[in-house]
Design a protein around this ligand. Structure first.
Ligand SMILES: Cc1cc2nc3c(=O)[nH]c(=O)nc-3n(C[C@H](O)[C@H](O)[C@H](O)COP(=O)(O)OP(=O)(O)OC[C@H]3O[C@@H](n4cnc5c(N)ncnc54)[C@H](O)[C@@H]3O)c2cc1C
Length: 398
């Protein structure tokens, strides 16, 4: 049986980042994923508009990442491999209520990245470690069973192979089988909303501003892309099932209307992606020789655009804890993992609570609440100290 320092279940963005980070600490690891290895993203030509359809554009599966995540990714060496689309920075956020005059703007730096392009870039950054034998990757391989052994865990893979390691990291997403096998329960609730995402072409340039409008049936975000007239919309709504079948012209009109023409005319829309939404938090993040990171530990509504940022922050905190073992701390691994949990779980819970509060405040159609939130947004916009705090929170520093 092959033995590693760590085994990671799940090679999504958080799992891959974790694989690189721990290998860079000098540890030897195995990462496996039930899906395929990341594939090279296709090159994008000039976008073509054909009868309100936007063709030959990048993927609509994008994430807004904050400066703390960018600094972390820089350490992993991603940027040299993030090719073909350019990077799309933003410097400000504007949030407004689609049912009144409340409007809030604050400085918030970050990047909009395409998830598949970042995953490919991380996989390329991992190649040197893979070639040096410090990180072994197995694709199309799931998890079947976990057993505690004296020196850590023994993991049975769906390929029939058994591997053992000092630490098992669950990074296999919101529906983590590893978490289930570890017997860790979650507090979870489904939303009546789903999210749709698509690239759109607009009449006015985005000016590198990330925008979010709270429409009557859910938040509609406009994330600025590399092209000045292209944004990705992420619309969390109770009415998305109906929107899926709309012809492009009607969908453009719908986005334009509910987005209050903030970017002028919506000229065209690319292919729609559709996601279920739920919020979930694991009761605990650690076992004797196992730990949860990313969406396996917590998943939150995308209105705050923070799930991936929290996942990267988990990996940083885990690596910092493990570094203590390496440099001679005589605390046991379990005690170090508990330290990781003590650091990360309250912060992730706080973000989850804030997101839930925002969702509830903006959800109900009651006229009194609508008036209160409009007054609230205008008041917040006039408070420079609070806006500073929002800037810090958006940059991952609070
Ligand atoms: C519409 C939308 C918009 C979002 N926007 C943002 C944003 O702007 N900013 C932000 O920070 N976050 C955002 N998020 C959240 C972010 O996308 C997630 O938090 C993040 O992708 C989670 O990454 P992960 O690697 O933990 O999980 P996943 O991406 O789910 O990866 C899990 C991996 O594990 C593998 N796997 C699953 N089961 C098994 C198994 N049994 N065995 C082996 N492998 C397995 C899967 O194949 C996958 O590769 C958004 C989410 C949504 C839905």
């Amino acid at each position: 049986m092959d033995r590693f320092d760590y085994v990671i279940a799940g090679g999504g963005l958080v799992g891959l980042a974790c694989g690189i980070e721990l290998a860079q600490l000098g540890l030897r690891g195995l990462l496996f994923d039930q899906g395929d290895a990341p594939s090279a993203p296709r090159a994008i030509g000039s976008a073509v508009i054909n009868d309100h359809q936007l063709l030959d554009v990048g993927s609509s599966r994008v994430s807004a990442i904050n400066p703390a995540s960018i600094e972390f990714l820089d350490r992993l060496g991603w940027e040299a491999h993030y090719s073909g689309a350019g990077l799309s920075p933003f410097s400000e956020m504007r949030v407004w209520d689609g049912e009144g005059g409340g409007d809030l703007g604050f400085a918030a730096r970050g990047l909009i990245i395409e998830n598949d392009r970042l995953r490919w870039a991380l996989y390329q950054a991992a190649q040197a470690l893979i070639q040096a034998g410090r990180l072994v990757c197995r694709w199309q391989t799931g998890i079947q069973n976990i057993q505690d052994v004296a020196e850590g865990v023994s993991v049975l893979l769906t390929s029939g192979e058994t591997v053992s390691a000092g630490l098992l990291v669950a990074a296999d997403g919101a529906h983590s089988k590893t978490r289930d096998l570890l017997g860790i329960q979650t507090l979870a609730w489904q939303y009546d909303q789903t999210a749709i995402a698509a690239v759109i072409a607009t009449g006015r340039p985005h000016g590198q501003i990330a925008r979010q409008c709270f429409t009557p049936d859910g938040p509609l975000a406009f994330l600025p892309m590399t092209e000045p007239d292209q944004n990705v919309i992420v619309w969390s709504s109770t009415k998305n099932e109906e929107r899926l079948d709309l012809p492009p012209a009607a969908l453009c009109a719908e986005i334009e209307k509910y987005g209050e023409r903030a970017l002028g005319r919506v000229r065209a829309v690319g292919p729609l992606a559709h996601f279920p939404l739920h919020q979930q938090q694991a009761h605990r993040y650690v076992g004797k020789s196992s730990v949860l990171v990313g969406d396996a530990a917590h998943s939150i509504h995308p209105l705050a655009g923070q799930g991936l940022n929290l996942g990267f922050a988990d990996v940083k905190a885990l690596a910092a804890a493990l570094q203590k073992t390496r440099f001679g701390s005589n605390r046991s691994l379990t005690a170090l993992l508990e330290g990781y949990q003590r650091e990360r779980r309250p912060l992730n819970l706080r973000m989850m609570a804030t997101t839930e509060l925002l969702k509830r405040v903006f959800d109900p159609p009651s006229p009194a609440l609508r008036l209160a939130r409009n007054v609230g947004l205008r008041w917040l916009d006039s408070q420079s100290r609070l806006k500073q705090a929002l800037t810090l929170a958006a940059s991952g520093q609070l």
